[in-house]
Design a protein around this ligand. Sequence first.
Ligand code: AVI
Length: 324
Amino acid sequence: MTPPVSLALQARIADDANRPFAEELQAALAERPRRISPKWFYDAKGSQFFDRICELPEYYPTRTELSILRSRAAEIAHQIGPDAEIVEFGAGSLVKIRLLLDALQSPRRFLPIDISGEHLRGAADLLRNDYPGLEVTPVVADYTRPFDLPARLPGAGRRVGFFPGSTLGNFAPDEALAFLRQAARLLRGGGLLLGVDLVKDPQLLHAAYNDAQGVTAAFNLNLLARANEELGTDFDLQAFSHAAFYNAPHRRIEMHLVSRREQVVTLDGRHHVFEEGETLHTEYSHKFTVDGLRAMAARAGFGIGPVWTDPQRLFSVHWLPAAQ
Ligand code: AVI
């Protein structure tokens, strides 16, 4: 016999894997203004949408950062030095880490950190095959919370963090500072290679988050589809629309899901009323100035190293030495 929907639903929410998402969404729907962490974008479908975003003509950050890493690889490798241990925050783009590894002199170890063990294992296996001399040590952890790294390898060079893609911009300012403070502690005596998007013409920014093909809209709305699938919510996807705009005083793109009409959404038996025009805020994407980023890094305990940008100064890659 098929169990009643409410029982099936309770079973799904009670499922340990779904509980953190259910708890955070419940809290987000109850607060005003409503805000949920962008980390919930990245289920398998969301990650595919993000890969497509990175290829869009309007979305300049990925290709611009890649061009900087390619053209400045030798200078970056010089800062890092030989026999380094590279710590990547997030099991990110294999293209970017390969660019770095290919430029480095005898890198000793690669430590990707990700909350998803599955994601990590995939990234680790692919790299092990192609870099036989490199030790790959995946670390399953939420890098936005306190955690520790395995002890350094005897005789290894600097421990260097790699945080590309302007993911730092997705944190709220206090979260970004907390992340940098933790990175400075973990990378003592080494440094952080950090890619961040720069403040620019708001029209360019607007286009990057409102692409003509609607991929960013689908990425945003997928959060609701994921909730329906995993948590049994009853979001009507037709009744919400994607909104992304540049908030100039805060130097950030804000993404929201806007209710197109008055409606009620139910999660685990709790009803949440959306008025027409009410939003669920899903993402910040902060844009930085070089000086602003350096000031924040200094507050977190980093020194100031070289910064590399593209000729149009769309994006920046920073070398931030970490004190001993
Ligand atoms: C992952 N992150 C840096 C992207 C960004 O630009 O903030 C996520 C994204 N959101 C919409 N488009 C891309």
